[in-house]
Design a protein around this ligand. Sequence first.
Ligand code: NAP
Length: 212
Amino acid sequence: MKVGIFGSGAVAKALAAGFMETGHAVMLGTRNPSKLEDWDWKNRGGIVGSLAETARFGEMLVLAVKGTAALEVLRAAGITNLAGKVVIDTTNPIAESPPVNGVLRFFTTLEESLLERLQREFPAARLVKAFNSVGNASMFRPKFKGGKPTMFICGNDDAAKKAVTDILDAFGWETEDMGKMEAARAIEPLCMLWCIPGFLRQEWTHAFKLLR
Ligand SMILES: NC(=O)c1ccc[n+]([C@@H]2O[C@H](COP(=O)([O-])OP(=O)(O)OC[C@H]3O[C@@H](n4cnc5c(N)ncnc54)[C@H](OP(=O)(O)O)[C@@H]3O)[C@@H](O)[C@H]2O)c1
């Protein structure tokens, strides 16, 4: 499959590596391709393009940009280029203001998540929230003493969630489908919880698991 990833940061690169290792072709999309001149996956087939080129390239798309820029990036990608495509939304709505006692601030509310804002503006894109509740170092083939971690996902399109679940299986995760887009109101704040041990105690290597 051809995968277009919007982003040039740690998440974009970690997921690009995972997709390429599992046999997919990847284009990273950025406003500034010179930022990726030393991207070490280039000589293993990874390519770099503009946001619109990346949107056209990808049969599946991944949004891996700063939360405050997410809407703007999808607009630049082009509404028609997104129509009908699965878009994995890894973003978190982290505000510019600093954390309080290790607790991140969000620019969204508990009544409207970032995923909902994106889905409303791009109704023909098939958005699925995933990969937002773990650090980039553990996104591909996570290794924990406690076993396989759980990725919580949500979105309005069941076939899109099935496609993302298949990717998560291949990347080494178990998946919990939490339902429609409103569930992102609960999934996005998992990022706040995940980051607290990091800010307070410099512990950044953990993941969530749902036990029954
Ligand atoms: N870091 C993690 O471990 C982690 C884990 C889970 C989820 N997340 C979430 O995943 C997303 C990506 O995180 P990250 O740490 O890889 O990178 P980041 O530093 O949050 O974002 C970098 C990306 O955002 C884009 N960007 C920033 N400002 C922009 C603007 N004004 N207009 C357009 N694009 C803009 C940059 O695009 P250009 O290339 O065009 O400059 C770059 O690709 C975030 O939403 C983050 O909350 C991060």
